[in-house]
Write a protein that binds this ligand. Structure first.
Ligand code: 5GP
Ligand code: ZN
Length: 112
């Protein structure tokens, strides 16, 4: 997808601090961390919203959640973490390529 910053990171055209990569996803550090550990998990396939999930993408998302759970200890997240998917304007989604925020490394506040 042209002009998508996460597609460019996936392709290696924009540098990122990648911590994990396989055929389906990459995990890299968020450039503006909101917690001591703030990672982004991005499917390599470009699509913007959860509303675009078909059966294959839903299965990909399931595998991705399991992958995050399996990797968590090696990412410094053994004490727990929070996953966030911002969808659309009200949630402030700024990058229109579906991504999962992974937040942790400290006790996280839970407030609106
Ligand atoms: P959203 O607001 O769409 O849920 O999250 C987008 C996230 O991408 C933000 O937390 C922002 O800091 C991060 N981000 C935007 N551009 C870049 C970039 O070029 N590199 C990295 N590593 N993160 C980025
Ligand atoms: Zn993209």
């Amino acid at each position: 997808m042209e002009n998508c910053i996460f597609c460019k990171i996936v392709a290696g055209e924009i540098p990122s601090a990648k911590l994990y990569e396989d055929g389906e996803i990459v995990i890299f550090k968020d450039i503006a961390p909101l917690a001591r550990i703030h990672l982004l998990c991005v499917p390599k396939e470009h699509f913007a919203y959860l509303s675009e999930l078909d059966d294959d993408r839903a299965a990909l998302l399931g595998r991705t959640l399991k992958k995050i759970a399996d990797l968590a200890p090696s990412l410094g997240l053994a004490e727990g973490y929070r996953l966030v998917v911002n969808q659309g304007e009200n949630a402030g989604q700024s990058v229109k390529h579906l991504h999962i925020h992974i937040l942790g490394g400290e006790t996280l506040p839970w407030e609106k």
